[in-house]
Design a protein around this ligand. Structure first.
Ligand SMILES: *Cc1c(COP(=O)(O)O)cnc(C)c1O
Length: 377
């Protein structure tokens, strides 16, 4: 079955008891035990809930993994995955990883002596050199935020296997429609489902998909023990969002390509970052591991003043700290997502005060381009 069909027919498209074409929201905390000597599938909703289960099975099928897990947010998913490591362990992490991930690793997990090296994972030799006897995992994001840098997933898997390391990827920017890292050998895929999977800027959630029974059991123990689970209402919203993932992304990606090409020609734009552009660094690697360029792009204006006036003048986009919704969203990383990163570190990563990130929505692209034209004037 192809991806579009799997989104609609995956075994969770209807309620088996009634035939209802929408999985019911099982708003329940606990379940009647029919026989206290017999374990049953549902006993308590932290351990398992039928609405959440439908979502977890669906995302596992879409990513090609063995087990799916739904969490209260993307950060709850990331923190729960990191909780499988022990004091003294070391992990290698993409240097331009999501800001919240950087923060939780360097503040919270550092207190429990999980050490981390933040490495440019687009440089495979740099990854190799960072491996120590205590290294347990490599954690990557590609395309990365906000400059869409590309990490070669097959090379990461190869190194990881040589050193017996767990491979983890935050696949939020691509969604399972465009990139399925488990098919390339990854062990754990994480999503902020708040973004493309929910897709409507109305729910916070996180998803994890795991390959392998032993690793799945470790993640389940954290989900059930730590308890950062997704509630049934929000699980239902994500199930609903998933059904239109492909049509939304096809349209948004098509518009992102057109917008990127338009921006490249605008004389007030210095550089455009989008894997769909011919000159984007790592483009060939990207297309060897993903089926499209996605709907997020960044660009640099001729100077900081121009970027600031653009942010004031843009009308058809929300100025917000998220992405992946049906509305176009623009953000100014220096003052928003990366405000907490020291200036010197930001500059090293190329996150300068002329940089703008765009998540392209479902508006008509002609209207968007007209609005961008005016805002950049
Ligand atoms: C938003 C985001 C997160 C965090 O997810 P929340 O749902 O906001 O907790 C993690 N990774 C990436 C790439 C994100 O864009």
């Amino acid at each position: 079955m192809r991806f579009a069909t799997k989104l609609i027919h995956n075994g969770n498209e209807m309620d088996k008891n009634t035939g209802a074409l929408s999985i019911p929201i099982y708003q329940v905390s606990t379940y009647h035990l029919r026989d206290i000597d017999q374990p049953q599938e549902y006993e308590y909703s932290r351990s398992g809930n039928p609405t959440r289960k439908a979502l977890e099975e669906t995302i596992a099928i879409l990513e090609g993994g063995d087990k799916g897990f739904a969490f209260a947010s993307g950060m709850a998913a990331i923190s729960s995955v990191l909780s499988i490591f022990s004091s003294g362990d070391h992990i290698i992490v993409s240097q331009d990883v999501y800001g919240g991930t950087h923060r939780i690793i360097t503040s919270f997990f550092a207190r429990y002596h999980l050490s981390a090296s933040f490495v440019d994972t687009t440089d495979i030799d740099a990854v190799k050199k960072s491996i120590t006897p205590n290294t347990r995992a490599i954690y990557v994001e590609t395309p990365s935020n906000p400059l869409l840098k590309i990490t070669d997933l097959r090379s990461i898997v190869k190194i990881a296997r040589e050193h017996n390391l767990i491979t983890i990827i935050d696949n939020t920017f691509m969604s399972p429609y465009l990139q399925r890292p488990i098919e390339l050998g990854f062990d754990i895929v994480i999503h902020s489902a708040t973004k493309f999977i929910g897709g409507h800027s109305d729910v916070i959630g996180g998803l994890v998909v795991v390959k392998g029974a032993e690793l799945s059991q470790r993640i389940y123990s954290v989900q059930n023990g730590f308890g950062a689970i997704l509630g049934p209402q929000d699980s239902w919203l994500l199930l609903r969002g998933l059904k239109t993932l492909k049509v939304r992304l096809d349209y948004q990606q098509d518009s992102a390509q057109k917008l990127a090409e338009y921006l490249q020609k605008n004389k007030n734009v210095k550089q455009v970052y989008y894997p769909g552009l011919q000159n984007h660094e790592g483009r060939d690697i990207h297309y060897s591991q993903a089926d499209g360029a996605g709907a997020v792009l960044s660009f640099k204006t001729i100077d900081a003043e121009k970027a600031k006036s653009f942010m004031k003048k843009i009308k058809l986009a929300a100025v917000a700290a998220s992405l992946g919704g049906i509305e176009t969203i623009v953000s100014y990383p220096v003052k928003m997502s990366h405000a907490a990163v020291p200036k010197s570190e930001r500059e090293r990563l190329g996150i300068t005060d002329d940089l703008i990130r765009v998540s392209v929505g479902l508006e008509d692209i002609e209207d968007l381009i007209e609005d961008f034209e005016k805002a950049l004037y």
